[in-house]
Design a protein around this ligand. Structure first.
Ligand code: KIV
Length: 279
C-alpha cells in the first residue's frame, strides 16, 4: 500500500472496496482530502478507473466532442447520455457516477425534473447542470425530490456560442464577483458540489473557501477540493490539448499506470502544475 502526504490510501484493496456516495464528497472536503474525478464514457474505462482509485466518474456531455466528433457539446442528446451512463454503470460499482444533462434539457424546471429522472434511472447518482443564479429553483426542486445536483460554473461549454469560444472566464472583477455569488446561491439552494472550469486560480480558491460544498476544478488551479480531467486528455488522445490538461501516459507504462499517476498527483497536490493554471 502507498500513502501520499495527506494519508489517502492508494492501491489499498480495502479502501477501494467501499462505494463512494454523495456524502463522501462532503467528508473529503471536511478532512481536506483531495478527491479525483475522471470524465469517461464506457464500461472498460469505468472499470479501470474504479481499480485505480478514481472516486468520481463523470459521464460528461464532452462525449459529443471526445467520442462523437462534434465541435461542441451543443448537439448532444438525452439518448446519447443515457446510452453512455448505462455503459459506465455496468463497468463500475464503486465510484460515484455524475451524469450530465445536455444542452437545453433543463431549460425549464419541468424539463429538468423529467430529464434528471432519466439520468438517475440510467444509473447516475447525481446530475450535473451548467449555469448560475437562473438554476437556483431547479437545484431546489431536484434536490428536494431526492436528486443530488452538481453545478458547473466558469467556462460552461454549453454556452460556448455566447462566450464566443472556449475562453477563460472570471478574469474581470464584475465576472469574478458574479461567479462567486452564483456559487454561494447554488450551494445555498442545495447543490452537493460545483465544477469550476477555466477560471483564475485565485477566484477558485476564494469560492472554495466561501462555500461548504466541494469544488471540482478543471483549469481552476490547485486550491479546489478536487480535480477533474477528461480521459482523452489523460491518455494523450487529444490533438491540441488545452493548457489545463496533462498527458499522464507519457510518464507511465500503460493505461492503469497513467490513471494511477493522475490519482496520486492530484492527491499529493503535484497536479495541476504551474503550466496548467490560469492566473
Ligand atoms: O462534460 C464534461 O466532461 C465536463 C467536464 C469537462 C467538467 O463537463
Amino acid at each position: 500500500m502507498v500513502y501520499s502526504s495527506n494519508k489517502e490510501k492508494i492501491d489499498d484493496p480495502k479502501s477501494l472496496a467501499k462505494p463512494i456516495t454523495i456524502n463522501s464528497l462532503g467528508k473529503f472536503k471536511k478532512n481536506a482530502e483531495k478527491f479525483v474525478t475522471v470524465a469517461l464514457y464506457d464500461a472498460p474505462m469505468a472499470a479501470m478507473a474504479q481499480k485505480c482509485g478514481v472516486e468520481v466518474v463523470l459521464v460528461g456531455d464532452s462525449l459529443g466532442m471526445t467520442v462523437l466528433g462534434f465541435d461542441t457539446t451543443v448537439p448532444v442528446t438525452m439518448e446519447q447520455m443515457i446510452y453512455h451512463i448505462e455503459a459506465v454503470k455496468r463497468g463500475n460499482d464503486r465510484s460515484l457516477i455524475i451524469g450530465d444533462l445536455p444542452f437545453m434539457t433543463y431549460g425549464t424546471t419541468d424539463r429538468a425534473l423529467e430529464n434528471a429522472t432519466r439520468v438517475m434511472q440510467a444509473g447516475a447518482h447525481c446530475v450535473k447542470i451548467e449555469g448560475g443564479q437562473w438554476l437556483v429553483d431547479t437545484v431546489k426542486i431536484l434536490s428536494d425530490r431526492g436528486i443530488p445536483v452538481c453545478a458547473h460554473l466558469g467556462l460552461t461549454p454549453q454556452s460556448v456560442h455566447k462566450f464566443g469560444g472556449f475562453r477563460v472566464q472570471g478574469r474581470n472583477e464584475a465576472d469574478a464577483k458574479q461567479i462567486l455569488t452564483d456559487a454561494k446561491m447554488l450551494a445555498e439552494a442545495g447543490a452537493h458540489a460545483i465544477v469550476l472550469e477555466c477560471i483564475p486560480s485565485e477566484l477558485a480558491r476564494l469560492i472554495t473557501q466561501s462555500i461548504s460544498i466541494p469544488t471540482i476544478g478543471i483549469g481552476a488551479g490547485r486550491e479546489t477540493d478536487a480535480q477533474v480531467l477528461v480521459i482523452n486528455d489523460i491518455l494523450g488522445l487529444t490533438e491540441k490539448p488545452p493548457k489545463f490538461a496533462k498527458n499522464f501516459l507519457v510518464e507511465a507504462e500503460d493505461i492503469p499506470g497513467a490513471l494511477k499517476k493522475y490519482v496520486r498527483d492530484v492527491k499529493t497536490g503535484i497536479f495541476p502544475e504551474d503550466a496548467n493554471i490560469f492566473l
